[in-house]
Design a protein around this ligand. Structure first.
Ligand code: SF4
Ligand code: MG
Length: 388
């Protein structure tokens, strides 16, 4: 299948005074083109770090220490708005959302292969994190929306002006036309009175409205890939459902790819086509959404599924929580990182041997990393435990 982004063996480390934290430890997955990929896991699993690595906005001193992130822009974008000097003002800086020079990770670009191949594939890990190429990609090809819209919306400009600025950059050079399209985008994301909202400042809007405004802004550059990092977590259930439905509609309409980060299997069920389950900086299972819900393999995935609230059944009662908590990232768990919490852990195997990712039998697009499944136990370990 056609992947818009292929993450391969990605490793990200944060040196600290008491040791190196490996936030990502060999992460591999594809973001399928024109579909919604869900990245699910508890906090500390590496979901946000993965997103930030793709955009090259990992905070110093964190850095990518291994792996590739292959980006395939694909279809030629209409409008052809390449970044120019005037784009750097106003919302240009806001839209990039984070990095000023010197705040991004310092991967050594000099020793790496050329960034772009003849097929137009870009290895994002080889780009200078403060350079023009990644800035252009962040502005035009890959947009990101965050849990807190105020981190991307500029408080001193009206919502309409900020969206119009993105439209000017990517769709039309005509200011009046851009203003009209900004209002249209606001209507499109379900704003009740888009003309009035366009003239509002971010602080005048509710959380749900701000989130819609941010989505409108992210979409106004018609990105190839939209990365959404828990964009609905701070919203009430009704607003969340509306936003998810909206994203699904817009995804269909624009044909873009979405990478949606969440800790909620309920959100995954509503929105996603494919799912990557992460635990402690590793991918433990990845599969089409139906397999995740109807034929989950990894014990961690199974426990996440049990934590979904059932409306009418246990509304108002506490969710079932997974036993134990995510281990301290400073400590290295030997064997399978999930073994201290796993109800199926096998003594002498799970606590000593790290399982590898392997395809589930008969399902080439379903992968799992767990000793319960034969392909996951490295050959030497398998024969050693058979001999014992
Ligand atoms: Fe549980 Fe062992 Fe599988 Fe890890 S490898 S998830 S401890 S059964
Ligand atoms: Mg996060």
């Amino acid at each position: 299948t056609d992947a818009v982004v292929s993450v391969r063996e990605l490793q990200v480390e944060f040196p600290t005074q008491i040791g190196v934290v490996r936030a990502l430890n060999g992460v591999t997955f594809d973001v399928p083109r024109g579909r919604v990929l869900g990245i699910v896991g508890e906090s500390g699993s590496g979901k946000s770090v993965t997103a930030r690595a793709i955009l090259r906005i990992i905070e110093r001193p964190g850095r990518i220490t291994n792996g590739d992130i292959l980006f395939r822009p694909g279809v030629e974008k209409k409008g052809g708005g390449r970044a120019t000097k005037r784009n750097r003002g106003r919302t240009g800086a806001v839209k990039e959302a984070a990095p000023e020079a010197g705040t991004t990770d310092g991967s050594d670009t000099a020793t790496r292969a050329p960034a772009e191949t003849s097929q137009g594939v870009v290895d994002l890990t080889s780009l200078d994190p403060t350079g023009d190429r990644i800035r252009a990609i962040r502005g035009q090809e890959i947009s990101m929306i965050f849990q807190e819209p105020m981190t991307s919306l500029n408080p001193v400009y009206t919502v309409g002006d900020q969206i119009a600025e993105a439209v000017l950059l990517h769709q039309t050079p005509d200011r009046n036309e851009a203003n009209k399209r900004a209002v249209e985008m606001l209507r499109r994301v379900g704003m009740p009175n888009p003309e009035r909202i366009a003239k509002s400042y971010p602080h005048q809007l509710s959380g749900g409205m701000r989130q819609r405004a941010m989505i409108a802004m992210a979409l106004s550059c018609t990105p190839t890939l939209l990365i959404a990092d828990e964009p609905t977590t701070a919203l009430d259930v009704t607003t969340e459902a509306q936003i998810l439905e909206l994203m699904r509609e817009l995804q269909d309409e624009y044909g873009m790819s979405i990478m949606f980060i969440t800790h909620s299997m309920g959100v995954v069920a509503q929105l996603c086509d494919e799912v990557v389950v992460m635990y402690l900086g590793r991918v433990v299972e990845r599969a089409p959404v139906d397999d995740i819900f109807h034929d989950p393999k990894h014990p961690y995935t199974v426990s996440l599924l049990r934590s979904i609230p059932r409306i009418g059944v246990n509304r108002g009662t506490p969710l079932e929580v997974i036993k134990g908590s995510v281990p301290d990232p400073y400590s290295t768990v030997p064997g399978c990182p999930f073994h201290p919490r796993c109800p199926s852990a096998m003594k002498g195997l799970c606590d000593t041997v790290l399982p590898v990712e392997a395809p589930v039998e008969g399902k080439p697009d379903h992968n799992v990393r767990c000793h319960l499944y034969p392909g996951s136990t490295p050959a030497e370990a398998a024969s050693a435990s058979a001999a014992a």
